[in-house]
Ligand binder design. Structure first.
Ligand code: SF4
Length: 232
């Protein structure tokens, strides 16, 4: 059985943690002390994002990427070229500001959005994955719900839509989260808060165990009576 959590609740829970908890709170629990390591794809897509609407020069952007992530493999240049060829020549809206941290004090959640625009969808998120055939991925609906919750306390701004840019596909989609998305987000928030209170999460029946990096550490079975009484 997993031991109780000893991690202290951060002042603000990141939206990304809520999205991860919606897939499996046990994984959030197991990774609570792990250093955050952004995927290389995200590093590349993020740097392309700074140049959208301008000159997408491979060499310039790659130089910046190697400055940000000196450990990146040269094989990621193929991914960079794919993003650039998908995004070049498209009409990208200029944002009012970039990399904006937004917080909701009432729920103690926060997130950093890639773009904030003057008109709806005002919130823009960049994704390093390919776009689905229609709409946005389920986790991106939750992400959008989370950012809208975080944006509720933005001074003088009414925000109701989120733009999601899938850079490897060069596709931009808009999303308005529905009641089901908000319920799932709230439930994820409760499960993360429970972890920080010292409770041990249970795995959901549809946990994505096949592609989970913590599979070896994870004990999904509840303890037997023998374990409860004799293995303390
Ligand atoms: S193996 Fe399955 S239950 Fe365990 S942390 Fe990973 S996704 Fe969750």
């Amino acid at each position: 059985m997993l031991p109780p959590s000893s991690a202290r609740r951060p002042e603000f829970i990141p939206i990304s943690t809520l999205v991860r908890a919606s897939a499996c709170p046990v994984r959030v629990y197991l990774e609570r002390h792990d250093p955050i390591q952004e995927p290389y794809e995200y590093t590349v897509a993020k740097q392309v994002g700074y140049h959208l609407g301008g000159n997408l020069d491979v060499d310039t952007i790659w130089r910046e990427i190697t400055l940000v992530r000196p450990d990146i493999s040269v094989t990621m240049q193929g991914y960079l070229r794919g993003c650039i060829s998908a995004c070049a020549g498209l009409p990208w809206r200029p944002p009012r500001t970039i990399d904006l941290t937004i917080t909701n004090r009432r729920y103690a959640v926060s997130g950093r959005i890639d773009w904030f625009f003057d008109t709806e969808p005002k919130i823009g998120i960049l994704r390093a994955t390919r776009a689905p055939d229609h709409g946005v991925w389920r986790q991106d609906r939750l992400r959008a719900a989370g950012y809208l919750l975080a944006a509720e306390e933005l001074d003088g701004e009414t925000v109701s839509e989120v733009q999601i840019a899938y850079l490897p596909s060069g596709i931009v989609r808009r999303v308005i989260p529905n009641a089901s998305d908000r319920r799932t987000l709230l439930s994820a928030l409760k499960s993360v808060e429970a972890i920080y209170r010292g409770e041990t999460p249970r795995s959901p029946p549809n946990a994505p165990c096949d592609r989970c990096g913590k599979k070896d550490l994870c004990n999904k079975e509840p303890p037997t009576l023998f374990e409860r009484f004799f293995k303390r």
